[in-house]
Write a protein of this length. Structure first.
Length: 291
């Protein structure tokens, strides 16, 4: 059967043959549109000069295309019921390694060293399970694994948040957390109609490319991300309200915050969503100096 796995009739047949029932709680919305898969592989520019990590291969619809183009593919699938199915659908590919693991529980550096036989740039390509999109992305970004690119399908609204500019409604701590490490781009929108079962919202392919250095220089990364989170805690409040809410209202704290804001040249009556990454970095570094 030479049809692609994603052809709707073939997906149906595979699911029926194995008596597989989709689990909503695991974000199992399978792609059944070969054209979208071709576009993903094209955007990701997968060649034998790259290794790929996939999260959630499902029945292998995307995995098959990755295997045809990459050096090696390492895929993490949490649902053990899919392993015999993948062994069947991907039997002709010798460069695919499936691990029955929760991707969030994996040591990405160690498992990559153990599985990839060649040292090549690593790309993460996945149609992500939407209930844990952000934790999965942060797991990769915060790991020491040098991921060159991430080409991931996420909910359209999440893609817009990650790609957002300061001063827009979508801009928030997630935009900053991702843009700190990666250049962001929305490659194309994917309608909800190409999934089985159909989700409630449209999706988008998000392309993230690793920066040589983080976008801004901060003296203490942990303190920087703490500041960013605190600035967005109470959405319609000013920076000053949010900072006091998070760091405390006693006179010493207030004076520390006030001095740092003044020195960083940031008006405390602004709202967090108007600050650029550079301004957050400036403020965080000043706060560290004044500690
Ligand atoms: N790649 C397939 C496709 O495009 O049709 C399936 C994508 S489906 C949106 C998400 C997949 O991620 C499911 O197969 C699900 O079982 C798997 N998954 C969910 N949580 C996971 C986790 N924590 N670690 C690894 N895989 C997970």
């Amino acid at each position: 059967d030479k049809r692609e796995i994603a052809v709707p009739a073939k997906t149906k047949e595979i699911l029926a043959r194995h008596g597989f029932t989709l689990k909503k709680s695991l974000g199992q919305n399978f792609l059944t549109e070969p054209n979208i898969l071709h576009k993903i592989v094209e955007v990701a520019d997968i060649t034998p000069a790259s290794n790929v990590i996939e999260v959630g291969p499902g029945i292998g619809a995307l995995t098959e295309h990755l295997a045809q183009n990459a050096a090696q593919v390492l895929a993490f699938e949490i649902d053990g019921r899919l392993l015999p199915i993948l062994a069947d659908t991907l039997q002709e590919y010798t460069n695919v390694m499936i691990r029955n693991q929760d991707v969030l529980q994996t040591d990405l550096v160690q498992i990559s060293q153990e599985n990839f036989t060649q040292q090549l740039p690593i790309k993460v390509v996945a149609n992500l399970p939407y209930y844990i999109t952000t934790p999965i992305m942060m797991h990769f970004l915060e790991s020491a694994l040098p991921v060159a690119e991430m080409i991931v399908m996420v909910q359209k609204e999440v893609a817009e948040r990650i790609n957002a500019e300061p001063g827009t409604k979508a801009y928030g701590s997630l935009s900053i957390a991702v843009q700190y490490y990666m250049e962001t781009e929305i490659s194309f929108i994917v309608p909800k109609t190409v999934f089985v079962p159909q989700p409630n919202v449209d999706s988008a392919i998000l392309k993230l490319t690793r920066r040589s250095y983080p976008k801004v220089r901060v003296s203490n990364e942990q303190a920087f991300f703490e500041l960013v989170k605190s600035a967005f805690q109470l959405r319609r409040k000013t920076l000053w309200n949010n900072l006091q809410h998070h760091y405390g209202k006693d006179p010493a704290m207030k004076s520390w915050l006030q001095t740092s804001l003044t020195q960083a040249g940031i008006d405390p009556s602004r709202r967090g969503e108007t600050l650029s990454l550079e301004e957050f970095a400036q403020l965080s570094n000043t706060m560290e100096e004044n500690k």
